[in-house]
Design a protein. Structure first.
Lengths: 43, 408
């Protein structure tokens, strides 16, 4: 019981961290849009 | 004759303390003296990271050799430092006796040493590939945090409290200063063993992850040269804008971890602003000085009484699990990226997402070069590695902020 509760809590943290990481990705792309940098750097 | 021997031994308080202390503690002291020498040797031979292992090894050996019966308390102690002082009055007294006490009290207790290291790391971090390919870098860093997540319930099963479990889970982020900062915030009483276990494991990464890579990633995939990607220069303005905006947002979301975010992005901004005097200071003085005192002070904190605590064994096992799971997650992420990109992304980049900047990037570059000398993936690996620093800071911040809710 304790294990599953803790796992659920840890996975919630993972989801929040993933969401914030995607927010950071959005910030980078927004800055690149403003500064004229390429969105993706593939040749 | 016996009286003469006793008098002779009393001339050497270190030897006298050996005879007077419990046999279990005396054995632990001998083991630690030898361990310190061994770590020093491994650092000297560059098998483990010499920057940390040499000062840490010297500290472990010498602090355990130099135990004596303190004249003012009549208890066993050293002239190095006393981690048990709490009140301001005790600190003032301790400053007069222990030579490392000012460093410990003023830089360890409040996490300042971790922040100084982070300013230094920020000032040597090259953000070009990360900003040029943010999606790939950040998406590879997320699976590489698997150890930070899955170790938490496992640690609870080991009998640790929620805060202790979170502190040890952060070892999975493979970021020394982060572990130090988070353990001080979450489980202050365990910060010495957690930090020592973390730093020893982080040094072992250099030797351990190549085994995992060779075992789990097929040889032909390790040599993907990534010629479809080019490393372009990103303007300093973009990097500064990213640092100030992202740093501010992360501080807004997680004020408890804001010292770490502020320190890291300050280092990056100093680098990109090209203020030569600040760059010299953060790199030569901050990073080198903080790493030296971090290693030495941590070594001096590893005394025999910590060694005989049963929780140390649990921390050793959990630290291993955390880094192993993060490595496993990184490899899985790398293989998925390889598949999704149609074979253009080298799967080794996944393990570079396990932070530990720049060690993991160096490890994957070395592994790729062994298979294909044309595969120069170091600049590409720096992207996920930097993203790993950011994601592990986010996870550490989540734990610090949310653990009180879990406990309630």
């Amino acid at each position: 019981m304790k294990f599953w509760l803790a796992l659920k809590f840890a996975l919630n943290i993972y989801i929040i961290a993933t969401f914030i990481t995607l927010l950071v990705l959005g910030v980078v792309n927004l800055i690149k849009k403003f500064t004229g940098g390429k969105k993706d750097n593939l040749k | 004759m016996q009286g003469l021997l006793k008098e002779f031994i009393s001339i050497f308080p270190g030897i006298e303390s050996f005879i007077l202390m419990e046999p279990k503690m005396a054995i632990a002291r001998v083991v630690l003296i030898l361990l310190g020498m061994f770590l020093c040797y491994l650092g000297y031979k560059h098998i483990l990271d010499p920057l940390l292992m040499i000062p840490m090894g010297v500290g472990i050996s010498m602090v355990n050799a130099g135990i004596l019966i303190m004249p003012h308390t009549g208890e066993f102690g050293t002239m190095f430092l006393n981690a048990l002082v709490e009140t301001p009055a005790q600190h003032i007294d301790a400053f007069q006796i222990y030579f490392l006490q000012p460093i410990y009290a003023l830089t360890f207790s409040n996490g300042l040493i971790a922040c100084i290291v982070f300013i230094g790391i920020g000032s040597i971090t090259e953000l070009d590939f990360f900003i040029a390919n943010p999606k790939m870098s950040l998406l590879l860093a997320i699976p590489a945090e698997l150890g930070s997540i899955l170790t938490f319930p496992i640690a609870l099963m080991f009998g640790l409290t929620a805060a202790e479990a979170a502190a040890v889970s952060i070892i999975g982020g493979a970021d020394g200063p982060m572990v130090l900062f988070a353990s001080l915030q979450l489980a202050r009483h365990l910060f010495v063993p957690i930090a020592i276990v973390a730093y020893i494991y982080l040094s072992i990464i250099y030797a351990g992850y190549p085994f995992m890579i060779k075992l789990l990633i097929p040889r032909r995939l390790r040599g993907v040269p990534m010629t479809d990607f080019k490393v372009t220069q990103v303007s300093s303005g973009e990097k500064i804008a990213f640092s100030i905006v992202t740093g501010s947002i992360l501080c807004l979301l997680f004020p408890v971890a804001s010292p770490l975010f502020a320190s890291f992005f300050l280092g990056v901004i100093i680098r990109e602003s090209k203020i030569t005097r600040f760059i010299k200071f953060t790199d030569d003085v901050c990073l080198s000085g903080a790493t030296l005192f971090l290693g030495f002070t941590l070594g001096c904190l590893l005394s025999a009484d910590i060694m005989v605590e049963p929780i140390l064994f649990k921390l050793i096992v959990l630290g291993f699990i955390a880094l192993f799971l993060s490595g496993l997650g990184g490899i899985a992420g790398g293989l998925i990226a390889y598949k999704v990109s149609g074979g253009r992304i080298n799967p080794l980049l996944g393990i570079a997402g396990v932070s530990c900047i720049p060690t993991t990037a160096k490890v994957v570059h070395k592994c790729a070069q062994e298979v294909n000398p044309q595969a120069f993936i170091m600049p590409y690996a720096m992207g996920p590695s930097i993203a790993g620093v950011i994601t592990s800071a986010i996870i550490a911040a989540c734990y610090i902020t949310m653990i009180p809710q879990f406990t309630n």
